[in-house]
Design a protein around this ligand. Structure first.
Ligand SMILES: *Cc1c(COP(=O)(O)O)cnc(C)c1O
Ligand code: SF4
Length: 401
């Protein structure tokens, strides 16, 4: 079956020229109850959150592009895409676990200077804006996003660049936020040029949800700027196959056609995509566009997300059902961020039935039983030339003290 991608249902009252202009999409973002009422028949359970958010700051910001709103059901409250973007009173319920900063990004050991998160030795996150064009109800970074800080203050920017410059063991910078593609082409170009001027920065990643929520952001000029800064990996964040409209598909292909690899990070969400049929549909459609499904994250226990989280057992079951049926290229890694800044941990289905120093036994995904017998231990030698790469390895490990 040929995979197809259908256009977004643009309202008739909007011209194609406006709809296809990302700045129009941002300028016409829905923020208030009144704005949302133009796209949704709001239920009482949803209106309640708008009312609360006006008096209480603890409700996470509410915002969407008209384009993204058009992908959700106008009438059905529990529509998967609507669950991502329209707040629900369940956000306000007593949670089992609710952390303001689930990834421990505010801890000083991970946050050496403002805007830099340095948790792994060779790579840092650089949070260059607090703005997103859609505030996803499950967001893990509610402590940053939504403060309406557009491009960060110049002093913070200079300090962050200086930290990257002097930390010579760093190999990779991950632009994140907020959404780095909400800033202007000119600002993004400056960041990329400044990073490329640092000798030891090999890889740049851009983590963005714009191809999902405003794919018209991916203009020829944007792609040109990113292409020039190569090697840059574009990390998208599609969660549901219905997000892959023809506009989004074109945006993904525009990156790949220009030599910019695209990887997707999805989050498993209750009532949104927590079924193997949905994950496979999303993954195959992404792969067909040459976007590699990279991570399938367990939802972090950020404030107000209890009703959107799956159990880890649910997530393991979904992974196990997909295993063997779905191409390895289409299979994302299931990862959990250990709360409080413990870093990621991965799961893979466990097919091992017993193990000893001599051998390990397995029953494979479709029932084949076999052993893997270790080679003679006395045969094991180090590669003759490993010392050539030892300095490089030591400096990488030393990047984070
Ligand atoms: C997830 C994450 C990364 C990237 O990890 P990869 O496994 O390389 O994709 C880097 N830094 C922080 C703080 C992270 O949370
Ligand atoms: S786009 Fe990312 S950072 Fe922004 S609200 Fe959504 S999940 Fe949070």
């Amino acid at each position: 079956m040929k995979l197809t991608y259908t256009p977004s249902p643009k309202p008739e009252s909007v011209s194609s020229q406006d709809w296809d202009d990302w700045t129009w999409q941002l300028r016409h973002s829905l923020k208030s109850e009144k704005d949302f009422s133009t796209y949704f028949d709001l239920a009482e359970s949803e209106r309640k959150v708008f009312a609360t958010s006006e008096n209480a700051k603890e409700v996470f910001n509410i915002r969407t592009t008209p384009y993204y709103a058009s992908l959700a059901s106008k009438t059905i409250v529990n529509d998967p895409i609507r669950r991502i973007l329209v707040p629900h009173e369940k956000e306000l319920f007593d949670p089992k676990q609710a952390m303001l900063d689930p990834l421990g990004e505010r801890k000083s050991k991970n946050n050496p200077v403002p805007r830099i998160i340095h948790r792994y030795s060779d790579r840092v996150l650089f949070l260059i804006t607090d703005i997103c064009s859609v505030y996803c109800r499950y967001c893990t970074r509610k402590h940053f996003t939504g403060s309406d800080q557009a491009f960060i203050k110049n002093s913070e920017y200079e300090n962050a660049i200086e930290y990257i410059r002097k930390t010579t063991g760093l190999r990779e910078v991950i632009l994140s936020g907020g959404d780095p593609l909400t800033i202007s082409d000119g600002q993004l170009e400056r960041v990329l040029i400044d990073l490329r001027a640092i000798d030891h920065v090999e890889i740049i990643r851009i983590g963005t949800r714009m191809p999902v929520v405003a794919p018209m952001r991916v203009t020829d000029n944007l792609v040109k700027i990113i292409k020039k800064a190569k090697p840059v990996f574009l990390m998208t964040h599609f969660n549901h196959p219905r997000e892959l409209t023809s506009e989004a598909a074109e945006a993904v292909e525009r990156f790949v056609d220009n030599g910019i690899p695209v990887m997707n990070q999805m989050v498993l969400l209750n009532g949104v995509n927590n079924h193997p049929a949905i994950v496979q549909a999303l993954s195959r459609r992404l792969l067909y566009l040459r976007a590699k499904p990279y991570y399938m994250f367990q939802c972090d226990p950020s404030i107000g997300t209890d009703y959107l989280r799956t159990t880890i057992e649910d997530s393991l079951q979904i992974q196990k059902e997909l295993w063997g049926h779905l191409s390895g290229l289409a299979m994302p890694n299931l990862a959990v961020d250990i709360p409080d800044g413990g870093g990621k941990t991965y799961y893979t289905p466990d097919f091992e039935t017993s193990s000893s120093l001599e051998k390990r036994s397995y029953i494979g995904w479709d029932g084949v039983e076999a052993d893997y017998v270790n080679p003679e231990a006395s045969h094991i030698v180090k590669p003759l030339d490993y010392e050539l790469y030892l300095d490089e390895w030591e400096s990488l490990k030393a990047a984070k003290k």
